[in-house]
Write a protein that binds this ligand. Structure first.
Ligand SMILES: Cc1cc2nc3c(=O)[nH]c(=O)nc-3n(C[C@H](O)[C@H](O)[C@H](O)COP(=O)(O)O)c2cc1C
Length: 141
């Protein structure tokens, strides 16, 4: 059975670009091994991540991630059984907040700042789907 889990968290203030590279590298290796796909957004001090795969694998990786000191306040925004993956092409697609996609982040937010904690599950899913189309994605090496 396939599930999709989407959560938000707050980036640790000391996080560096090389931390992001390390996270993506581990994600790529582990997720490919475990059949987990998804997307990771990093913007405005907040992570927004979608994890898709088998229920057991998604639970396991989420609990590992939730205990990671590189971020705080993890909050599950959506958890659902799915028929098919939306982010099946990437072991972990990554998108950072750029001037190009700023309007897209705000399109689905009730506040002028991007704040996934205030968004509905439907808005978060729609944002991630749109980002797939317009943002520049990169996969960990
Ligand atoms: C925002 C964020 C997202 C992460 N995403 C993943 C992920 O998708 N897959 C993964 O295996 N680890 C991910 N990690 C890293 C895990 O927290 C953990 O460090 C890693 O899974 C440990 O793997 P290792 O035992 O192979 O080193 C993420 C960490 C953070 C802070």
């Amino acid at each position: 059975m396939l599930v999709r889990l989407i959560y938000a968290s707050r980036v640790h203030p000391d996080l560096t670009p090389s931390d992001i590279d390390h996270i993506l590298a581990r994600s790529h290796a582990n997720n490919a091994r475990d059949g987990v796909t998804g997307a990771l957004c990093y913007t405005g001090g907040v992570f927004l991540q979608c994890l898709e795969g088998g229920r057991r694998a998604v639970n396991e990786v989420y609990h590992r991630i939730a205990g990671d000191p590189r971020h705080t306040d993890p909050a599950i925004l959506s958890f659902s059984e799915i028929v098919a993956r939306e982010f099946g092409d990437w072991a972990m697609g990554y998108v950072a907040h750029t001037a190009d996609n700023r309007a897209l982040f705000l399109k689905y937010c009730p506040l002028p700042q991007f704040d996934p904690y205030t968004m509905s599950a439907a808005s978060v899913e729609a944002l991630l789907q749109e980002l797939m189309g317009v943002a520049r994605w990169r996969t960990a090496r």
